[in-house]
Design a protein around this ligand. Structure first.
Ligand code: NDP
Length: 317
């Protein structure tokens, strides 16, 4: 198959006319043009096909499915023999209500980013939280267990990270957000799914972080502040205590103001490329049942970002 078949952006109309005999996987989003998942997942499929030829017919595609089309599109993906799907903005929360079954991770996060076909329906899973935990363990050599986590943001990524921190047994979890209502919803979600851990959870206003935040801690940027050129940092550099480790879920740009400040303070710090890679690796394992070739996936991502930086932009998932 020519490489450009997996680089093309397919639409719902293309899906209705889909007639491939081999096994297909796909990422669905809107917009989806700059998604890095096809390059990462097709590199993984090519790698495992060397040892397991049964996977040589598997290919991973990208589909631009508009917000109003997802309910109609999921059954068609199933009819057309897609084995698995990744979901990215804006479908992760809407699809939560469209799957027939789901994993405890998806339930506690309140969103699905990975689906596997089961019978005629879809089983929903979420790999963002465990992907984050694996990324922090790999990049910062830090387990979430017994760690004080200071989480900035209360959107979709923060929900997954909060669930990972609580399920891994963090020492404490302080969540700062700008919008108090979004913060309230995440705190309520944490209390509902992790009642035994909830005494370790506090919320705060991101605009005025409390002076008594625990130290040392892992400080995580899960806001979208930092994505745009000229963006500042969501956390005052003077509040980085000695012994702090820093993780930014943003990977493009590779160094945000937040990461720059952490590195200037001599703190261990990493960006979100490893989270992107690890959540993809977990999705790959969920679909294939095989260990994901993580190094191959990371290499494909880095190469693709370097290429995209020459030509234009990249996007989450
Ligand atoms: P959401 O839209 O769900 O949430 C956005 C969050 O950012 C909210 O908490 C919002 O706060 C906060 N925010 C936005 N602008 C500002 C600002 N100017 N100042 C302070 N806070 C702000 O997005 P996601 O959770 O999906 O994504 C958040 C980040 O995580 C993005 O940068 C994304 O690129 C990254 N991400 C990385 C992944 C990876 O694999 N590396 C995977 C998924 C996401 P408020 O509620 O006040 O609006």
């Amino acid at each position: 198959m020519p490489a450009d078949e997996t680089e093309k952006v397919y639409t719902f109309e293309d899906l209705k006319n889909w007639n491939r005999e081999d096994v297909s996987l796909a990422v669905i989003g809107c917009p989806i043009t700059h998604s890095l998942s096809p390059v990462m997942q097709n590199a993984a499929l090519a790698e495992i096909s060397k040892k397991s030829p049964a996977f040589s017919g598997w290919k991973y595609f990208r589909f631009e499915i508009e917000p109003g089309q997802i309910g109609e599109a999921l059954p068609v993906f199933s009819e057309k023999n897609f084995a698995g799907l990744n979901l990215t903005l804006p479908h992760k929360v809407v699809a939560f209500d469209l799957v027939s079954e789901m994993s405890p991770e998806a339930q506690s996060i309140g969103a699905v980013n990975t689906l596997a076909r089961r019978g005629g329906g879809w089983f929903g899973h979420n790999t963002d939280g465990r992907g984050f935990a694996a990324a922090v363990a790999g990049d910062l050599q830090l387990p979430l267990r017994d760690t004080n986590v200071i989480l900035l943001g209360a959107g979709g990524a923060a929900r997954a990270i909060a669930a990972a921190a609580l399920s891994e047994g963090c020492r404490s979890l302080h969540i700062g957000n700008r919008d108090p209502e979004r913060l309230r919803v995440l705190l309520a979600q944490s209390e509902k799914y992790f009642p035994e851990m909830f005494s370790r959870v506090r919320g705060f206003d991101l605009a005025s972080p409390p002076a008594d935040l625990p130290a040392p801690a892992l400080v995580v940027n899960a806001t979208s502040l930092g994505l745009k050129p000229g963006d500042g940092s969501p956390f005052p550099a003077k509040m980085f205590a000695p012994g702090t480790a820093v993780y930014d879920t943003i990977y493009e740009p590779a160094e945000t103001a937040f990461l720059k400040a952490a590195r200037a303070a001599g703190l261990p710090a990493a960006n979100g490329l490893s989270m992107l890679c690890r959540q993809g690796a977990l999705a790959f394992e969920f679909w294939t049942g095989l260990d994901a070739p993580v190094a191959v996936m990371a290499g494909a991502l880095k190469k693709s970002i370097a290429r995209a930086n020459c030509a234009g932009k990249v996007a989450a998932k």
